[in-house]
Design a protein around this ligand. Structure first.
Ligand SMILES: [Zn+2]
Length: 213
């Protein structure tokens, strides 16, 4: 049974939005409230926290960057129990990230999966820099280059910013490589979106949408 959420208002209730497309619309509305300085900070009260001790049923899974300037719940004006968040530097996807996404989709039943890149991403910058200098870093930093290389190549070919290409590539990768995501997309129970967060004005721009069906 899902815990009853106390103090919930309709405008900020992601789970009641219905279809994956509607959940994305609600999330974008939350980002607009945040960017415009009208955040309602929903679901951050003690009553909501306590009501959720019996379980979670988030509507959204976000895979994004660990960057301290990209706090997911804040920039979507959400709170406790709303978003299942998986963050690594650059949003790089490894087996643990893929398993976390699979759990969010197949175990928790989220109806929207968002891959979120952002402006001025250090990991993306490191990957792009390696291509520019033709010097591949040694050590673990090489992981970023290996994971983000497809986005760097596509951005060059299309004349777009690497973070924009990375948002699309990250979403496509999750949609095609994680079996539970592909299955839910086929069933029409999940939408997958790629988006880039702009540090400059606080807004999230869409670069990829797949509502399957
Ligand atoms: Zn980053």
């Amino acid at each position: 049974m899902r815990a009853r959420i106390v103090g919930m208002t309709n405008a900020t209730d992601l789970k009641s939005a219905g279809s994956p497309r509607e959940v994305w619309e609600r999330l974008r509305e939350g980002n607009e409230r945040f960017a415009a300085g009208n955040a309602e900070a929903p679901h951050r009260d003690a009553a909501t926290r306590e009501a959720l001790t019996s379980g979670q049923q988030p509507a959204v899974c976000v895979v994004g960057c660990s960057d301290s300037r990209v706090p997911v719940e804040l920039l979507f004006d959400a709170g406790f129990g709303d978003i299942f968040v998986v963050r690594t530097a650059g949003g790089c996807v490894d087996a643990a990230v893929a398993a976390s996404v699979e759990y969010a989709v197949a175990g928790l039943g989220v109806s929207l999966l968002v891959f979120l890149s952002h402006e001025k991403c250090g990991a993306v910058g490191a990957a792009a820099g390696a291509f520019e200098s033709a010097e591949i870093p040694t050590g673990l930093t090489r992981e970023f280059v290996e994971k983000i290389a497809p986005s760097v190549i596509e951005a060059k070919a299309r004349g777009e910013q690497v973070e924009q290409a990375h948002a699309r590539n990250g979403a496509e990768l999750l949609a095609s490589r994680v079996p539970a995501v592909a299955a839910a997309l086929g069933d029409g129970t999940l939408g997958v979106v790629g988006a880039r967060y702009r540090l400059s004005d606080g807004r999230v721009e869409t670069t990829y949408e797949n509502f399957g069906g």
